[in-house]
Design a protein around this ligand. Structure first.
Ligand code: HPA
Length: 267
C-alpha cells in the first residue's frame, strides 16, 4: 500500500513540474472526452503522455485517451485525467485509483468523476445527466485495503460533496440526482440483478467511479460525480449494447459541455 502511494507521489511530481498545480481535476469517462474538447475550444492543452508516468496503467478501452492535460475550462485551468483503467480490464484497485491519487498529490482539492451509466429509473433515459448523490460499492474491493489502521477508516458520509451538488443544481437546469451502484463488469447486468440493485437503493449502475471516489476522499479531496445516462438498465429495455452507449455519448456533447463547465466553475 505504501508502495502504491509512493508510485503516485513519483507521478505527481512529474505532473506538477510539467503542468503546474491545479485545484480541480476531472476524470473523463465514456462520452465525456469530446465534451471537454468542445469546452476547451482551440486552446492546445499542455499535456503529459501517460507513458511518461511510470506508475500509470494505460487504459485499454477505445475512447479513453492516454494523457494528463491542463485544460482551460471557463476561467479555470483544470487537470484532465484522460486515461482511466477499470477493474474489468484486469487492473487492481490500486491501479484504478492511481490517476486520482496523482491528481490529489499534485494539488487537486476537488476531483470531478464523470462516467457513463445505465439508469434504473424508467423516467431518466439516455442523454440525461445525473449528479451522483451517493454510491454502493459492489465491486468487492477497496483501494484502502492494506493501509495501517486507523488510516483507512475514512468517513464517507458526505462522499459526494452536498454543497457542491446543491451549487450545481443552482447553475444547471434539470439535472437529476441519484445513487450509483459500482460493479466490476465487463458484462452488463441481468434483469434480476437490476431488480436487486433497485431494491438496494440504486438509481444508476456503472463500472467505474466508486473506487476513485473513495481514494480521492482518503487523499483529502472533495468529490463531484456526474453520470451520463447512456441506456436504461437490463430488463427496462430490450437489449443493452456498447455501440449504442457510445452513440449516446456522441449525441450528448452540448449538454455534457454545459454540465462540465458548471461543475468546474463552481470551485
Ligand atoms: N451497466 C453497467 N455499466 C454501464 C451501463 C450499464 O447498463 N451503461 C453504461 N455503463
Amino acid at each position: 500500500m505504501s508502495n502504491d502511494l509512493d508510485r503516485a507521489r513519483v507521478d505527481a511530481d512529474v505532473v506538477a513540474s510539467r503542468l503546474g498545480r491545479h485545484r480541480v481535476a476531472v476524470v473523463l469517462g465514456t462520452g465525456w472526452a469530446r465534451a471537454l474538447d468542445e469546452v476547451a475550444g482551440d486552446d492546445r492543452p499542455a499535456s503529459v503522455p501517460v507513458r511518461d508516468l511510470p506508475g500509470w496503467t494505460p487504459p485499454r478501452v477505445p475512447g479513453h485517451a492516454g494523457s494528463v492535460s491542463s485544460v482551460h475550462v471557463g476561467g479555470t485551468d483544470v487537470l484532465v485525467l484522460g486515461g482511466r483503467t477499470h477493474l474489468y480490464e484486469g487492473s487492481s484497485a490500486a491501479q484504478v485509483v492511481h490517476p486520482v491519487r496523482v491528481a490529489v498529490l499534485a494539488g487537486a482539492e476537488v476531483v470531478v468523476l464523470t462516467n457513463a451509466a445505465g439508469s434504473l429509473r424508467g423516467e431518466v433515459g439516455p442523454g440525461e445527466v445525473v449528479v451522483v448523490s451517493d454510491h454502493l460499492n459492489l465491486t468487492g474491493v477497496s483501494p484502502l485495503v492494506g493501509l495501517p489502521a486507523p488510516d483507512g477508516f475514512v468517513d464517507l458520509t458526505d462522499l459526494y460533496c452536498a454543497s457542491r451538488r446543491s451549487d450545481l443544481h443552482d447553475r444547471v437546469r434539470s439535472l437529476h440526482e441519484g445513487v450509483y451502484a459500482g460493479v466490476v463488469g465487463p458484462q452488463f447486468e441481468t434483469p434480476a440483478e437490476i431488480r436487486a440493485l433497485r431494491t438496494l437503493g440504486a438509481d444508476l449502475v456503472g463500472m467505474s467511479t466508486v473506487l476513485e471516489a473513495i481514494a480521492a476522499t482518503h487523499a483529502g479531496a472533495a468529490v463531484v460525480g456526474l453520470s451520463l445516462v447512456t441506456n436504461l438498465a437490463a430488463g427496462l429495455t430490450p437489449t443493452v449494447d456498447h455501440d449504442s452507449i457510445l452513440e449516446v455519448g456522441r449525441n450528448s456533447q452540448d449538454r455534457l459541455a454545459e454540465v462540465l463547465t458548471a461543475a468546474v466553475a463552481g470551485n
